[in-house]
Design a protein around this ligand. Structure first.
Ligand SMILES: [Fe+2]
Length: 184
């Protein structure tokens, strides 16, 4: 954690964030190629590509740490995981509706697979919620009086959003403050 947020607010922050995104795409690409290789019965290729994907993801993690992309202070960490948990439940609904769209477009098989992804999002929501309940401080566990939900990814911000600087972005998807709506 020695490099944590060292690049934040400096001239190199943007370039580090760009590199992080690039490595994340690389990780996703190698995972997808590994999946394709498996379908082609090329198990050694699939194994190798899975390993490469893991290295890209690890590199992305370094850049994320360097530019302070995610919080590491304990309280902030759990506040983030709590908001993330809500976003996973939001994802469950969004992906489920994507499955319906895909089905209506005539791709029933793909829709079935996507339905299982919706179920995975629900599982992620439950897992992150359980961990928050296990480890977070009481102040984090209790719902704040004011809550806002990101209209793009479903991340839930707790507290007074108006007090955040104008350049505040969603901690999860990076969209600007303006996409947040008051949560019910
Ligand atoms: Fe978001």
């Amino acid at each position: 954690m020695d490099n944590y947020a060292k690049a934040k607010g400096t001239a190199i922050e943007k370039i580090i964030r760009g590199q992080m995104q690039g490595e994340l795409s690389g990780a996703g690409m190698y995972f997808a190629l590994a999946h394709a290789a498996k379908e082609l019965n090329l198990d050694d290729v699939a194994r190798q590509f899975t390993e490469l994907a893991g290295e890209h993801a690890a590199q992305a993690s370094f850049y994320a740490e360097f530019c302070g992309r995610y919080p590491f202070e304990e309280n902030e960490f759990w506040r983030f995981v709590k908001g993330l948990s809500k976003a996973e439940y939001f994802g469950e609904k969004a992906v489920s509706s994507l499955a319906d769209t895909v089905k209506k477009a005539g791709f029933a098989d793909a829709a079935e697979t996507i339905k299982t992804f919706a179920a995975q999002h629900k599982h992620h929501g439950e897992a992150t919620q359980r961990l928050t309940e296990k480890y977070a401080f009481e102040t984090v566990k209790q719902n704040a009086e004011k809550r806002y939900v990101c209209g793009v990814c479903g991340y839930v911000y707790e507290g007074e959003l108006a007090d955040e600087p104008e350049d505040f972005t969603c901690p999860l998807c990076g969209m600007p403050k303006t996409v947040f709506k008051t949560a019910e």
